[in-house]
Design a binder for this molecule. Sequence first.
Ligand SMILES: Cc1ncc(COP(=O)(O)O)c(C=O)c1O
Length: 388
Amino acid sequence: MHLSAALSRIAPSQTTAMTDRATQLREEGRDIISLSVGEPDFATPPHVIAAAKAALDAGDTKYTPVGGTSRLKQAAALHFARDLGIAVPPSRVTVSAGGKQAIFHAMLATVSEGAEVIVPAPWWVSYPEIIRFAGGEVVPLLTHAKNNFRFTAADLEAQIGPRTQWLLLNSPGNPTGACYPADLLLGLGEVLRRHPRVLVLSDDIYAPINYTGAPHVTLANLCPDLADRILTVSGVSKSHAMTGFRIGVAAGPEWLIQAMERLQSHSSGNPCSISQAAAVAAFEGPQDFLAGWCERFRARRDLVVAAINAIPGLRTPTPDGAFYCMVDATPLMARFGDDRKLALHLLEHGVAIVPASAFGGSGGFRISFAADEVKLEEACRRIAGAVT
Ligand SMILES: Cc1ncc(COP(=O)(O)O)c(C=O)c1O
């Protein structure tokens, strides 16, 4: 083995043992309900599929500009303005192979050895690994269920130090479903004004999946004076059920967009040309189906929250967005040891979930409710049977 120093800083996926056991059980013919995946179970909208087919037929099969076609950059700029309230010219937009690659390139292009990145925890699994790979240090900002997994301006101020380079924000959040309301974001903006060196990565990939009744809000819109140090990441993976297309978009200051594209020019090059055409249709086409999807997610959320909170030893707050519930199982830890053992136990009872420790949390697990109601009801029945 000749692994690089950078790679040895990255932990293997903490869900590998779970996934391996789930595969083994399925191969033995066991029926496993998977509530571990982070993707909508809805079909990709037909107008998006039609655009992908048309692009193939039109021979759109060659290299495109590294950071995306000018058509898609314009469509993404429309999306940022219409859906996130961020007015940017296409020159401040870049396109990558999923939101994940945008985040990866942003960190790799800017983080030097020893720089600190503040990451609210529980976090999306890839944030800490990307930061460590880039040579940065992760500074966890712990959030708790009793505060709906949100941190305050004072919590942020307490974590900022001389080496802080980035703050990562993710609203609606994976794995907690936490949404940051405008007043909280404005408070964060105040703190950030006192620390002009700190950059912000706002990961808004779940923006359309919001149950608060209030429109989605984001820092670059609320604090336009800070926009030249905010990178807002979005995409079509979650909003348009296009996870396999691998298209993410980011809007930020020109120097950062150019730096990300410089890196991308030597890594993947342009994102898939067919997927880019599909993403144009996603951004420019009808958006009205989103409200229907959101309603279905809300009904599933309500089903899961009620069923889980009826199980002794389990507790979950009601998430405000995305399609995840972070379940606290602390009272069961004395019996099961830790949340990985609990996760394996639930798997033996036919439900795959992800332990909280995979997200920098502890004593609980994440349920993805992007599955149909029948499956969700049965999964909650199995969980109840497994722990009571
Ligand atoms: C919080 C968060 N950000 C970014 C991504 C990346 O999405 P994509 O599939 O577009 O790379 C995910 C995917 O799970 C996510 O949960």
